[in-house]
Ligand binder design. Structure first.
Ligand SMILES: [Zn+2]
Length: 363
């Protein structure tokens, strides 16, 4: 069972996998979470119109569904294996942080109904915010609706990355071998997404020659901090997040730290904190409770700061996720980090590998 945030992710990241699954006569199900309907630039160019309303977006979404079905046909997957959920394109992060309980229940029902042996889902390290948000939703679903059930014991969960170069993913994921005919078929599948080739032809076709990689969830879950988060450490009742904002990559908007978890009552809570790059010290307030939830203190270098997040508003029985949002265009600098407490309530110390990987400029 493959979860794709948008029509085209199946072709870009899982064409070889799907061909090999078809060859092995595996039963296949592909679930498209959005229709990719909020994709204005190619639509403006292809339809030669500037203003796009809801009807225009629905038409675009239908076109993208047709392209996805054509691509799957090329890969040998029948249209009857496909489900479209039509969740809001480009808004999965907003949904995750505001109101995703009904979506989580829907995702849980789909997985329980099909009961796959292998589940293939986006990585939380993907830099497309829809991809990483869906990854967090699916982690919540798996840990809450399937934990310790017979389904998870039998089910392998594999993650894939379409966007970004996350060391947390790429250092550990395994590449799938691909033959020349499989590569040629992958190229034909990608070409079915004509709307996407319009403005990104070279980048899209390039995916055909890049090995597909999968990382099994649970295989090596040591968390690696990425992007501007240098380290996260668990104090007795709080998380300390050290951020280092490289002036070279200062974006136009202020970075925002998101912390997501469940409260003692089981309701999802997301705390949002602006991280001003230049002030010497700042307090942040959780608008829901008006508790002071974090304090950022900038040391001599204005771009190094520590955020202390009291964990009292989150239940240690549930997963906790952290993301520092610094967008450039619509891509993130890095995805979410799963800082879920261990069974004894401790939050693991995270190490940062980006420095070695040359992703972080330190001044
Ligand atoms: Zn996508």
């Amino acid at each position: 069972m493959l979860f794709a945030p948008h029509p085209d992710d199946e072709s870009l990241a899982c064409s070889i996998l799907l061909q090999q699954a078809v060859h092995a006569r595996a039963a296949i199900r592909v679930v498209y979470v959005t229709d990719g309907d909020d994709n204005p630039w190619p639509q403006r160019v292809l339809e030669r119109r500037w203003r796009l309303n809801a009807t225009d977006r629905r038409r675009w979404g239908r076109l993208r569904r047709t392209e996805a079905l054509a691509a799957l046909r090329v890969l040998g997957v029948n249209g009857s294996a496909v489900r479209f959920l039509a969740l809001p394109d480009q808004k999965l992060t907003a949904m995750l942080m505001c109101d995703c309980q009904s979506a989580l229940e829907r995702l849980a029902a789909i997985i329980a109904d099909w009961s796959p042996t292998d589940l293939v889902v986006p990585s939380i390290s993907d830099t497309h915010p829809d991809h990483s948000a869906l990854a967090v939703m699916l982690r919540l679903v798996l840990s809450e609706s399937f934990s310790a059930s017979s389904t998870t014991e039998r089910m392998g969960v594999w993650t894939y990355t379409v966007h970004g170069r996350s060391p947390a993913f790429f250092d550990r994921a395994k590449a799938i071998r691909q033959s020349q005919p499989e590569t040629a078929t992958k190229l034909r599948a990608i070409r079915c997404h004509k709307t996407q080739l319009k403005l990104s032809r070279k980048r899209f076709l390039g995916y055909a020659h890049r090995p597909e990689r999968l990382l099994r969830l649970g295989a090596d879950d040591k968390i690696i901090a990425e992007g501007s988060i240098v380290s996260i450490s668990g104090l007795p009742h709080s998380l300390r997040v050290e951020v280092r904002l490289s002036p070279k990559t200062i974006r136009t908007s202020e970075p925002i730290l998101f912390v997501l978890g469940r409260n003692e009552g089981g309701a999802l809570r997301c705390v949002t904190m602006r991280v001003p790059a230049r002030s010497s010290s700042v307090e942040m307030v959780d608008p829901a409770s008006l508790d002071r939830v974090a304090m950022a203190q900038y040391r001599g270098n204005a771009f190094i700061g520590q955020l202390t997040i009291p964990l009292s508003i989150f239940s240690s029985a549930h997963a906790i996720f952290v993301k520092l949002e610094r967008r450039s265009w619509f891509f993130d600098e890095a995805g979410w980090l799963d800082v879920s407490p261990t069974p004894d309530g401790q939050v693991a110390e995270l190490e940062h590998r980006a420095t070695e990987a040359g992703l972080l400029a330190i001044h």
